[in-house]
Design a binder for this molecule. Sequence first.
Ligand SMILES: NC(=O)C1=CN([C@@H]2O[C@H](COP(=O)(O)OP(=O)(O)OC[C@H]3O[C@@H](n4cnc5c(N)ncnc54)[C@H](O)[C@@H]3O)[C@@H](O)[C@H]2O)C=CC1
Ligand SMILES: O=C(O)[C@@H]1CCC=N1
Length: 274
Amino acid sequence: MQHKLITFIGGGNMAQAIVFGLLNKGYPAEKITVCDPNQQKRDLFSQKRVNVSNDNMTSVQSAEVVLFAVKPQVLTDVCQPFTEKSEIDFSNKLVISIAAGISVARIQALLPTAKNIIRIMPNTPALVSQGMAGLYAPENVTDKFKYFAESLLNAVGKTCWVDNEQDMHSITAGSGSSPAYFFLFMEAMQQALVEMNIDKSTARLLVQQSALGAAQMVKENPNVSISQLRENVTSKGGTTAAALAIFNQQNLQEMVRSAMSACVQRSQEMEKDL
Ligand SMILES: NC(=O)C1=CN([C@@H]2O[C@H](COP(=O)(O)OP(=O)(O)OC[C@H]3O[C@@H](n4cnc5c(N)ncnc54)[C@H](O)[C@@H]3O)[C@@H](O)[C@H]2O)C=CC1
Ligand SMILES: O=C(O)[C@@H]1CCC=N1
């Protein structure tokens, strides 16, 4: 992939996952700058030879790509100085936002000179090259920038494009937020094993390997449905059937549907309210 000069505004959890994931894949540290007011966050990056700064203005000025990785709630305050204080020209830069629930129109209003704005909804497994990111670009964005954004995220996982920006809400439920659902499930399994007298680290290993193995089986058997993989584990009248009966009794499927709908709804609210 091309190694453009990229400035991250915000060096928190998601920026760390992407930047460290990119470094692991050989993206040159000297081409990346991370701006964050928090010294401890900056130290995490400078330890890896990434350029750091607490001066957003200067770092954005020299960037070819500016990636906004701040909380959606602060995006307005973060962008205002670019237009009000120094009139930075974004017209030749690729602007990427990973902020949940912030539309392209909103970013365009905050950065009127920007001509190429792409929204990406990544997730933290990018850190271990197993990320999943949904991308949306309005029609005016050049193919060259779309290709760059896609290859950036492909370097740390898989990607998919959506044509309709409204679908980014659902993508958030399926990429950005979804590792947390699996972590919650794994926490619950670990806790149950501990209560069955399995020591905590062995419980963690059992959960980790089962989750990893199950995901790998889904990945390596694209022509086998996930239901079939489940059925292959489930002997009639056996142990798995006993466990699954409880999940079904408690309507796990409905619980998952409601949880993911709540995620979408919150993203939609954020789009309206922030
Ligand atoms: N954490 C996740 O799994 C995912 C997060 N996102 C999105 O990524 C964005 C960042 O989320 P996190 O990394 O979780 O948040 P975070 O709170 O870990 O990181 C945000 C960072 O922005 C910094 N910051 C605050 N004001 C700043 C300013 N004026 N200039 C530069 N940096 C500033 C903070 O010091 C902090 O380090 C959010 O918009 C979120 O919606 C998207 C997908 C997944
Ligand atoms: O929870 C959030 O709002 C962010 C966006 C997706 C994952 N974390």
